[in-house]
Design a protein around this ligand. Structure first.
Ligand code: S3P
Length: 174
């Protein structure tokens, strides 16, 4: 059984890299946000708006726990906040998994999120200045949890293929 888990801040490329990696390794790909949306029949934005963030965090924990105890192999991309609530970070150290923190420089994340924030409930209503401060502060707070991942991939200056190659190398040799 092989569970590969990708973590990182919003905009770090978890979903894109996860789906390309899964194809290459011929494993199923699961994006936790999409999994929650399908299971709840609501978008993440709707869940935040109608039921609130705490409710979303409970769902996130529930579905992550479900996925982590099943016997299937997969590549799983978490949401940016997933490791930071409900002790989810402990799962990054599980025996049958390889977890990767996609560590992306803050200025790159801010640039990406400036043009792609409309479906992200935590940031959609921030100004550019507020966004920069918000991202920097959250990365400072969240790094503690992200660093529970078994491997760190510094993605700055790398393209998707190079990031995937680094992950593959670690998956094969460990
Ligand atoms: C969140 C990140 C989002 C999504 C939700 C909350 C966060 O996932 O789970 O909007 O707290 O950082 P992505 O990192 O896939 O955008």
């Amino acid at each position: 059984m092989q569970k590969i888990i990708l973590v990182g801040y919003m905009g770090s490329g978890k979903s894109t890299i996860g789906s390309l990696l899964a194809k290459k390794l011929e494993l199923p790909f699961i994006d936790l946000d999409s999994y929650i949306e399908r299971s709840e029949n609501k978008s993440i934005a709707e869940i935040f708006k109608q039921l609130g963030e705490i409710y979303f965090r409970k769902l996130e924990h529930k579905y992550l726990s479900e996925l982590s105890i099943n016997e299937n192999s997969f590549v799983l991309s978490l949401g940016g906040g997933t490791p930071c609530y409900s002790n989810n970070h402990i799962l990054l150290q599980c025996d049958n998994c390889q977890s990767f923190y996609l560590q992306t420089p803050t200025f790159i994340l801010v640039k990406r999120l400036q043009i792609d924030r409309q479906n992200r409930p935590l940031i959609f209503n921030l100004s550019d200045n507020e966004l920069t401060d918000f991202v920097a502060k959250q990365i400072f707070e969240r790094s503690y949890f992200y660093l529970f991942a078994k491997h760190i991939i510094k993605t700055g200056g790398l393209n998707f293929n190079e990031i995937i190659a680094q992950i593959e190398e670690k998956v094969i040799t460990t």
